[in-house]
Design a protein around this ligand. Structure first.
Ligand SMILES: NC(=O)c1ccc[n+]([C@@H]2O[C@H](COP(=O)([O-])OP(=O)(O)OC[C@H]3O[C@@H](n4cnc5c(N)ncnc54)[C@H](O)[C@@H]3O)[C@@H](O)[C@H]2O)c1
Ligand SMILES: [Zn+2]
Ligand SMILES: [Zn+2]
Length: 374
C-alpha cells in the first residue's frame, strides 16, 4: 500500500486540527501530560476516536516501572477507553462518524492466520499495540487501526464506567484466568492479586459456580472489596505465609485452580505452592523478571500451567452480560479524575492501598463540564 493509496477519500466529522493533550512516556518513572500532534487517518481501515472515558491498567504501572522495554520514549500510554468516532477511512464498514464505541485493548485485522485462529492477541497486523508500540488512549484522540475488528458499539445509553471494563480487564480475567484455568462447578479457586484484573477473574469465575474462591493480596481494603464481590475467603500475604494458610484451609489438598494476577516471582511462587494434583495454574500477570519453575515439586502433580495475552474473543459475550446487568463492573470504579489530572490518577492507582483505589477512571474535559452543569 502506498501513501497515495492511503490518502483519501475519508468520511469525517470535521478536519482534524493540529494538537491535543496526552500522557506521554519518557522512560521509567517519567510520564508527562503534554501536547502531541493529533492523530490522523493513515490507512483506509483506521478510525480516529475522540476519547470520553479512559482508565489506567496495572500494565501501565509495569510500563512505568520499566518492565516492558518495547515501549519507547515519546509513546502515548493507555489501552482502555470509550469515545466517539470522529473520522473513518473509506474501508471501515461497521462504524460511522458520531458512533459511540468501546476500544478493545487488542487490535484485530480479522484476516491473518492468528486472527483466523481467534488469537487476536497475536494478530500479524495488530495484537496488543495500543499504548505499547502504537500511541494509546490516555489522550484526547486516538487512531485505531482495523477499526472494524478493534471497536465495539457502545449500547444505547450504556454507562461508560461499566462498559470501559470491556476494553481489557473483563476479557483478560475471563480468558487468561477463568477459561485457561478451566474453572468448573465445585472447584476451589485461588486468585493471587485483588487488583481490577484479579477482581475481574473473581467476577467471571462465578459464571461456573466454584465452591470456594480464595483471594490473596497485601491490601486489606482490596481484600474487603473482594469479599463483597464474592470471595469466600481472603488472605493477606504480607507475612509470607499465604501458601501455608491455603494448604491448611484445603486440608493439605491444595486448590484446583490457582490464578496469578500480579506479575511477580513471589506471587507466582504462591501459585506453585498451593496447586493441587490435577490442578491448573493460569498466569495472567505481566512479568518483568524471571520466575523459578519448581519442577522438583511439580513434575508428578499432573498440573497444567498456562500463559496468555488476552485475545478479546469473549468481548461480545461479556458485552451482553454487562448489558443485561448480570455483571456490574461500574462498581469497580473508586475514583474519577478529569483527564488533565491523569498524573494524580496514576499516583492514586499506583498507591492503591493508601486511598482505597480499585479502578481509576479518567474523563474528557467536555464530560466533566457536562456533569458539572447538571
Ligand atoms: N495477560 C494479559 O493479557 C493482561 C492484561 C491486563 C493486565 N494484565 C496484568 O494483570 C496484572 C494485574 O493488573 P491490575 O490492573 O489488577 O494491577 P494492580 O497493580 O492494580 O493490581 C495488582 C495487585 O497485586 C497486589 N500485590 C502486589 N504484590 C503482591 C504480593 N507480593 N502478594 C500479593 N499481592 C500482591 C497489589 O496489592 C494489587 O492489589 C498486572 O500484572 C497486569 O499487567 C495482564
Ligand atoms: Zn491492561
Ligand atoms: Zn490479524
Amino acid at each position: 500500500m502506498t501513501t497515495a493509496d492511503l490518502a483519501l477519500p475519508i468520511k469525517s466529522a470535521e478536519p482534524s486540527t493540529s494538537t491535543m493533550k496526552a500522557l506521554v512516556y519518557h522512560g521509567p518513572g517519567k510520564p508527562a501530560w503534554e501536547s502531541k500532534p493529533r492523530p490522523t487517518l493513515q490507512h483506509e481501515e483506521d478510525a480516529i476516536v475522540r476519547i470520553t472515558t479512559s482508565t489506567i491498567c496495572g500494565t501501565d504501572l509495569h510500563i512505568l516501572k520499566g518492565d516492558l522495554s518495547a515501549v519507547l520514549d515519546g509513546r502515548i500510554l493507555g489501552h482502555e477507553g470509550i469515545g466517539v468516532v470522529e473520522q473513518v477511512g473509506k474501508d471501515v464498514s461497521e462504524f460511522h462518524v458520531g458512533d459511540k464505541v468501546i476500544i478493545s485493548c487488542v487490535t484485530a485485522c480479522l484476516r491473518c492466520d492468528f486472527c483466523k485462529k481467534r488469537m487476536y492477541s497475536h494478530c500479524r497486523n495488530g495484537g496488543w499495540i495500543l499504548g505499547y508500540t502504537l500511541d494509546g488512549t490516555q489522550a484526547e484522540y486516538v487512531r485505531i487501526p482495523y477499526a472494524d475488528g478493534s471497536l465495539y458499539a457502545l449500547p444505547e445509553g450504556g454507562d461508560e464506567d461499566a462498559f470501559v471494563m470491556l476494553s481489557d480487564i473483563l476479557p483478560t480475567g475471563f480468558e487468561c484466568g477463568v477459561l485457561n484455568g478451566q474453572v468448573k462447578p465445585g472447584d476451589t479457586v485461588a486468585i493471587v492479586g485483588a487488583g481490577p484484573v484479579g477482581i475481574a477473574v473473581l467476577l467471571t469465575a462465578q459464571f461456573y459456580s466454584p465452591s470456594e474462591i480464595i483471594m490473596i493480596d497485601l491490601d486489606d481494603k482490596r481484600l474487603a472489596v473482594a469479599k463483597q464481590f464474592g470471595a469466600t475467603t481472603t488472605i493477606n500475604s504480607a507475612d509470607g505465609h499465604a501458601a501455608d494458610q491455603v494448604m491448611k484451609f484445603t486440608k493439605g489438598a491444595g486448590v484446583d485452580v490457582a490464578i496469578e494476577a500480579v506479575g511477580l516471582p513471589a506471587t507466582f511462587d504462591i501459585c506453585q505452592g498451593i496447586i493441587g494434583a490435577g490442578g491448573h495454574i493460569a498466569n495472567v500477570g505481566v512479568h518483568g523478571k524471571p520466575v523459578t519453575l519448581h519442577m522438583e515439586k511439580l513434575w508428578d502433580r499432573n498440573i497444567s500451567l498456562t500463559t496468555r495475552l488476552v485475545d478479546t474473543v469473549t468481548t461480545p459475550m461479556l458485552l451482553k452480560i454487562v448489558e443485561s446487568g448480570k455483571l456490574q463492573p461500574h462498581k469497580l470504579v473508586t475514583h474519577t479524575f478529569p483527564m488533565k489530572d491523569i498524573l494524580k490518577a496514576y499516583d492514586t492507582f499506583g498507591n492503591a492501598a493508601k486511598d482505597g483505589a480499585l479502578k481509576v477512571v479518567l474523563k474528557a474535559e467536555e464530560v466533566v463540564l457536562k456533569a458539572e452543569a447538571q
